[in-house]
Every structure is written in structure tokens, then in C-alpha cells.
Write a protein that binds this ligand. Structure first.
Ligand code: MYR
Length: 131
């Protein structure tokens, strides 16, 4: 269901979310228009992700339920895992610098990939269209 190349179409409250994450206004302005593209390949419980944006390209491999490290575009390091609940991917990641938790979900809704984010009580969404 998640397989394919997904290009960000719109954001919801992403600026406020990034602000809560401690990202400065200059970087937030750039990140709002990062042209993020995520290619997802799932094989059983293994996922291969290719992330590409104006900031970088990056390959990520993870297995459901297995902890891995991820570095955000601004250098912030996270550690956590994805799990599948029904048709929804649920991620729980901890920032290595302050031990605070970022939760995120991915679900395909009406043909769009909806990724939600929560950090310290602030929710945001990024909505992707299939290419
Ligand atoms: C992936 O599945 O794409 C790799 C692992 C993603 C980890 C969680 C994503 C959090 C990214 C937060 C970016 C927000 C910028 C403030």
C-alpha cells in the first residue's frame, strides 16, 4: 500500500511543529518548501526508503519493530522504530539531544500519503501525492 514515490503536496501546521522542535525561522522557511520526495519499497516487514529534498538525498532501511537511528536534515539525531497497526505505520522516535519523544504516523488516505507528526503537544501533517 505504501509502495511508490510520494511528493509532498501540502503541509498542515508544519511551521509550528518545527518551531516546537527548536528549528530557527530561516531553516523553517526553507523546510516548508523542501520539495520532499519519499520513495517507499516494502518487502514483508522490511522497508527501504529513499528520501530526497532540496537539503539532501538519503537512503534509509528499517525493519518493523526494530530500533534504528535517523538524522534529520538539520542534524538532529533520533532513535526509534516504526510498527504497523492495521494499515497505519506508527513511529516513535526519541531525540538523542534531549530525550524528548517525536511520534509520527503514515497512512494512505484517499490515494494520498498522510504523514502526521507530534512533538511536545504540537501536531502537524505533511500530505504527499503519488508520482
Ligand atoms: C523514514 O521512515 O522516512 C525514516 C525515519 C523517519 C523518522 C521520523 C521522522 C521524523 C522527521 C521529522 C522532521 C521534522 C522536522 C522538524
Amino acid at each position: 500500500a505504501f509502495d511508490g514515490t510520494w511528493k509532498v503536496d501540502r503541509n498542515d501546521n508544519y511551521d509550528k511543529f518545527m518551531e516546537k522542535m527548536g528549528i530557527n525561522v530561516m531553516k523553517r522557511k526553507l523546510a516548508e518548501h523542501d520539495n520532499l520526495k519519499v520513495t517507499i519499497e516494502q518487502e514483508g516487514d522490511k522497508f527501504h526508503i529513499k528520501e530526497s529534498s532540496t537539503f539532501r538525498t538519503k537512503d534509509i532501511d528499517f525493519t518493523l519493530g526494530v530500533q534504528f537511528d535517523y538524522t534529520m536534515a538539520d542534524g538532529t539525531e533520533l532513535s526509534g522504530m516504526w510498527e504497523l497497526e492495521g494499515d497505519t505505520l506508527k513511529g516513535k522516535f526519541t531525540r538523542k539531544d534531549n530525550n524528548k519523544v517525536l511520534t509520527t504516523t503514515r497512512a494512505v488516505v484517499g490515494g494520498e500519503l498522510v504523514q502526521s507528526y507530534n512533538y511536545e503537544g504540537v501536531d502537524a501533517k505533511r500530505i504527499f501525492k503519488k508520482q
